[in-house]
Write a protein that binds this ligand. Structure first.
Ligand code: SAM
Length: 272
């Protein structure tokens, strides 16, 4: 019986490759990779050349069978383009097939964008909910977000630069008052961490570029009492500085805070 090594690779900074990952990538005869062109760059950096086999997200049963057959002839490692295989990436089907065939499977821990982002939220994440990439269709995306509303821990989603604006608009609708931590280009040159509400994020990321992890404050971090007057006042003030007044001011504040219209109206008067 052989061993399948599941190897996490950097999510940007090559120095995050572990010593153990280097040892395994340098010694296995075969490496299953999500995109062999991407992985070849990593292997060139290490100056090693195991035989590369491709492993896509929708790898056919026949392809999996042939990889397991290959595993019978010697140890194999599996990597994805970046981070931990199997997390919004291919890898788990090969693990399942290897287990089924009686091979041993050994994990080599390393980077993953979820944990990297969570580690700098400053929030408690004894538990958290990872949603992966959210559904693309607006209604389905909102339904998925709504289903996470009662999660006490942080809620995490991966997002691409092309869709982040639409996703933030849906988060604003679903969780207007919650804080977000948005990590862009983790471990890379243009690494950036944004902290604030979805409305603030929309004005911040005007021309989004790079890779994003969105962490939404969990229900457990939201004060149990109703949205505070202070939060509503701050929202009113912010919108006023943007020149918004009257009925539109009240309506937009209701939308952003989720507070009752009567209350927002009363506070908008006391603001004068
Ligand atoms: N397997 C990877 C992991 O363990 O994190 C995730 C792969 S998934 C196909 C790619 C998504 O992960 C990106 O669209 C982005 O949401 C997130 N991601 C990966 N690298 C990132 C980085 N350096 N900064 C921010 N987000 C990143």
């Amino acid at each position: 019986m052989s061993t399948l090594y599941v190897v996490a690779t950097p999510i940007g900074n090559l120095s995050d490759l572990t010593t153990r990952a280097v040892e395994i990538l340098s010694s296995v005869p075969t490496l299953a990779a999500e995109d062999t062109r991407v992985t070849r760059k990593l292997l060139n950096h290490l100056n090693v050349s195991p035989q590369l086999e491709s492993l896509h997200e929708h790898t056919s049963p026949e392809r999996l069978e042939s990889l397991v057959h290959k595993l019978e002839t010697g140890d194999m490692a599996v990597v994805s383009d970046a981070g931990t295989p199997g997390i919004s990436d291919p890898g788990s089907s090969l693990v399942a097939a290897a287990v089924e065939a009686g091979h041993s499977v050994i994990p080599l821990p390393g980077p993953s964008a979820i944990v990297t982002a969570l580690s700098i939220t400053g929030w408690s994440f004894d538990r958290f909910l990872f949603l992966g990439f959210l559904p693309r269709k607006k209604n389905e995306q909102i339904a998925t977000l709504e289903s996470a509303a009662t999660e006490p821990g942080p809620v995490i989603a991966y997002e691409s630069p092309h869709r982040i604006k639409a996703t933030l608009a849906n988060i604003q609708k679903t969780f207007p008052e919650r804080q977000l931590v948005i990590c862009r280009e983790l471990t890379k040159l243009y690494e950036e961490t944004f902290r604030g509400t979805a409305a603030q994020a929309i004005s911040h990321f005007k021309e989004p570029r790079g890779e994003f992890v969105i962490v939404i404050e969990g229900g457990g971090n939201t004060p149990k009492e109703e949205i505070s007057d202070e939060f509503i006042m701050k929202t009113l003030e912010k919108l006023e500085t943007e020149g918004i007044q009257g009925r539109t001011l009240v309506e937009q504040t209701v939308e952003l805070t989720g507070a009752a219209k009567k209350r927002v109206y009363r506070l908008s008067l006391s603001d004068k």
